[in-house]
Write a protein that binds this ligand. Structure first.
Ligand code: NAD
Ligand code: LMR
Length: 325
């Protein structure tokens, strides 16, 4: 039997976590042979609901769950944590952009970054979900200098999955036939969903769908899908976000498919001319518990301009919250 992995989940009483925790506990994230200890962090007023979630987890009798800790103390929640799923934050409402959340949510990530720096495993793998996810991850990274910075990521896998669905639907293909999708940049409306290298059942996507559709429909539909869900549902996406969190962590820890790549927002190493340190979404391949940014892609001028626009937004977001690091 493997040693349990300590998974800390923040915002555990919220709507995303209600879809997420049960699937982690059943082994969908780390594998059906990987025991877990679940540390559930909430703010004090939500502790009762969080305890109810823990009761339900217990009532599932998941064999892989070795312990559940419910707490409002970040130092308890992150002590020796191996994985941190940073979901706890305010969601946006109709008419808001994600960066409008920065004033409220940025503070959460500077505070938790400091705690993680002190008590977590130095190789903790962090996934920031709370919006604006890339800049919250940036704030966390700046406040946790002793943590392996490569391991601080943000979620753009939901955008990646949305993009795959849109292309499959348009090309009348199976989801499994779509490979090498890319989301570049920020998890915001400036994100760059890019089908330039995508394939549909082995053929170039560009030969299956026309370029005008890609520019004028596909890109804005994917970039604005979060807002469309909020408009339709009255609340932000939850089950699809939870699913993307599982995909992101599963592939990072256990490896991505050999003939494919996935999108992860990770600290830029300067690849594709993006400012080093910004948490920027790239196509990556995951192997042996690590990720590598896909190198050497010949990006068109159209996409490059959009990538720079998204970088600019991230630089502006970082500038507006520099008092937090
Ligand atoms: P929610 O309001 O249902 O739940 C958030 C939970 O976080 C609440 O229970 C709240 O009490 C808790 N919380 C707040 N501050 C906390 C703190 N300091 N420590 C621990 N817990 C804290 O919201 P949700 O729908 O679960 O969404 C959570 C976040 O995820 C939002 O910011 C939302 O915008 C974001 N989100 C991101 C993506 C993505 O793709 N990156 C997708 C969907 C949602
Ligand atoms: C999403 O993409 O669905 C989330 O980031 C929630 C939002 O605010 O759009």
């Amino acid at each position: 039997m493997k040693q349990p992995v300590r998974v800390t989940v923040t915002g555990a009483a919220g709507q995303i976590c209600y879809s997420l925790l049960f699937r982690i506990a059943s082994g969908e994230m780390l594998g059906k042979d990987q025991p877990v200890i679940l540390n559930l962090l909430e703010i004090t007023p939500a502790l009762k609901v969080c305890e109810a979630v823990a009761m339900e987890l217990n009532d599932c009798a998941f064999p892989l769950v070795k312990d559940i800790v419910v707490t409002d103390d970040p130092a308890v929640a992150f002590k020796d944590a191996n994985i941190g799923l940073m979901v706890g934050a305010k969601p946006r409402g109709p008419g808001m952009e994600r960066k409008d959340l920065l004033t409220d949510n940025g503070k959460i990530f500077s505070a938790l970054g400091k705690v993680i720096d002190q008590v977590a495993d130095k190789n903790i793998r962090i996934l920031v979900v709370g919006n604006p996810a890339n800049t919250n991850a940036y704030i966390l990274a700046k406040n946790a200098p002793s943590i392996n910075q490569r391991n601080i990521s943000a979620l753009t896998r939901l955008d990646h999955n949305r993009a795959i669905y849109q292309l499959a639907e348009k090309a009348d293909a199976d989801i499994a036939g779509i490979k090498k999708m890319i989301i570049w940049g920020n998890h915001s409306v400036t994100q760059v969903p890019d089908i330039s290298f995508a394939t549909v059942n082995g053929d170039k996507a560009a030969d299956k769908v026309d370029a005008t559709w890609a520019k004028e429909e596909f890109m804005p539909i994917v970039a604005k899908r979060g807002a469309a869900v909020i408009a339709a549902r009255g609340a932000s996406s939850a089950a699809s976000a939870a699913n993307a969190i599982l995909d992101h962590m599963h592939d990072w820890v256990l490896g991505s498919a050999e003939d494919d790549w996935v999108s992860m927002a990770v600290p830029s190493d300067g690849s594709y001319g993006i400012e080093e340190g910004l948490i920027y979404s790239y196509p990556v391949v995951c192997k042996n518990g690590d990720y590598e940014i896909v190198q050497g892609l010949e990006v068109s001028d159209f996409i490059k301009d959009k990538m720079i626009e998204s970088q600019k937004e991230l630089q502006e977001e970082a500038e507006t919250c520099k008092d937090l690091f």
